[in-house]
Design a protein around this ligand. Structure first.
Ligand SMILES: NC(=O)c1ccc[n+]([C@@H]2O[C@H](COP(=O)([O-])OP(=O)(O)OC[C@H]3O[C@@H](n4cnc5c(N)ncnc54)[C@H](O)[C@@H]3O)[C@@H](O)[C@H]2O)c1
Ligand SMILES: [Zn+2]
Ligand SMILES: [Zn+2]
Length: 394
């Protein structure tokens, strides 16, 4: 089959690889009908996430048709079912799954001993991500093996809804939603959201659906800022104005009650934010792994007693975090990889009821063979690219 394969830094190729097979009774195989490229894939593309290996198949936002099921799937799925595959692989039995902390499943990470040693405790297996999270082949491919398929799936009801409307149940929609839910939004709250990529766009719509008084979105790319405004946000272009001054201005000098980081470890390096140049230099000297500009800004500007919600991915070590400010202002930090299936019933209903149609974010479509070029277009934000969806077999 054809698949998008990681060969090293900024080297993704569309290769011919062996078809996946049932390896365990709880496996299923799907024929992928749609898959997407995520901001998290860019962290892999840039080789910021440790423990990738040449030959790894990428992709963790996929859906398709079940073509084979293992004997242990126990009727939960059958051939011909249409499913969305959540990016977090979960078992359903362990203590974390019972608490619905699916991205912390204690069972599904095949390399959990390695990871527990590095992290002090294991996290779930993820598709198309680092070997620290199990090294499972991803779904930017014609076929995908879904381990723990009896639990790790979202069954699509008989519906006229298109792949484009359903695909993002795999990741970015629940990620934006969880980021907003973690803020415990009150009707009087201002929610400030850094980053207007796909995750930021979903967080904006979620914060509005959850009843925020005011949502303020921050980025510098005009097409992303206008998409944010179309979703109901007030926007700040950080290349044009001071984020901190403008946020204080919009909140009567007090700062937003809730702040969401939809940027993560690769904050844009720009002379208008000198700390990003400091971070880039420290990264080059191997003294820091991530560029935490957004964390610093959120800690400073958040209203005392407020919440910082962090769906943006961080990989390792960050420097010059003003933790004394965070402690004295009594800020709450909430973060993590998304517990995708925790939010599925609510989000599927919102899509079915027409309250949200996540396909608005798609700007680019292509076949798998366009994947390597699409990684570059998405990375460089060329051609007003916000989100890429690939249709294997098209
Ligand atoms: N927690 C999870 O489960 C989960 C799931 C999906 C994605 N993510 C993470 O969410 C983050 C965003 O993903 P995405 O797909 O939207 O990526 P993206 O790269 O398309 O978007 C990031 C956006 O941040 C903007 N940005 C950069 N520096 C900024 C700054 N200083 N202030 C404001 N905006 C800034 C960029 O211009 C860009 O529009 C990534 O870190 C990704 O890994 C996490
Ligand atoms: Zn993702
Ligand atoms: Zn589990």
């Amino acid at each position: 089959m054809k698949a998008l394969v990681w060969h090293g830094k900024e080297d993704v190729r569309c290769d011919t690889v062996s078809d996946p097979e049932i390896e365990h009774p709880r496996d299923a195989i799907i024929k992928v009908t749609s898959c997407a490229i995520c901001g998290s894939d860019l962290h892999l593309f840039h080789n910021f996430i440790p423990a990738m290996m040449p030959g790894d198949i990428l992709g963790h936002e996929s859906m398709g048709e079940v073509v084979e099921v293992g004997s242990g799937v126990n009727g939960a799925l059958k051939k011909g079912d249409r499913i969305v595959v959540p990016f977090t692989i979960w078992c359903g039995d362990c203590e974390q799954c019972r608490r619905q902390n699916y991205s912390l499943c204690e069972t599904t990470n095949r390399n959990k001993h390695l990871q527990a040693k590095a992290f002090g405790g294991p996290t779930a297996g993820l598709f198309g991500y680092t070997h620290l999270t199990g090294g499972y082949p991803g779904g930017q491919a014609e076929y995908l093996r879904v381990p723990f398929a009896d639990t790790t799936h979202i069954k699509v009801p008989e519906t006229d809804l298109t792949d484009d409307q359903l695909l993002f149940l795999s990741d970015i929609l629940p990620t934006g939603w969880q980021a907003a839910v973690q803020c415990d939004i009150q009707p009087t709250d201002t929610v400030a959201i850094w980053g207007c990529g796909p995750v930021g766009q979903m967080a904006i719509r979620s914060a509005i659906l959850l009843g925020a008084r005011q949502v303020i979105a921050i980025d510098y790319l005009p097409e992303r800022l206008s998409m944010a405004r179309a979703g109901g946000a007030i926007t700040i272009d950080y290349e044009e104005e001071s984020v901190v001054e403008r946020l204080f201005e919009l909140t009567g000098g007090k700062g937003p009650e809730k702040c969401i980081d939809c940027v993560g470890l690769e904050a844009h390096v720009t002379p208008s934010q000198p700390d990003t140049i400091y971070d880039r230099a420290k990264q080059m000297m191997m003294q820091e792994t991530d560029r935490p500009h957004v964390l610093r800004e959120m800690i400073y500007v958040c209203r005392p007693g407020g919440v910082l919600s962090i769906p943006g991915v961080y990989a390792g070590l960050v420097d010059k975090i003003p933790f004394g400010i965070a402690m004295n202002k009594g800020l709450t930090f909430r973060m993590g990889q998304t517990h995708v299936n925790r939010w599925t019933p609510t989000l599927l209903r919102l899509i079915e009821d027409g309250k949200i149609d996540p396909s608005f974010v798609i700007t680019h479509e292509g076949g798998l063979e366009d994947g390597p070029e699409m990684y570059k277009i998405f990375r460089d934000k060329q051609d007003s690219c916000v989100k890429v969806v690939l249709k294997p077999g098209s």
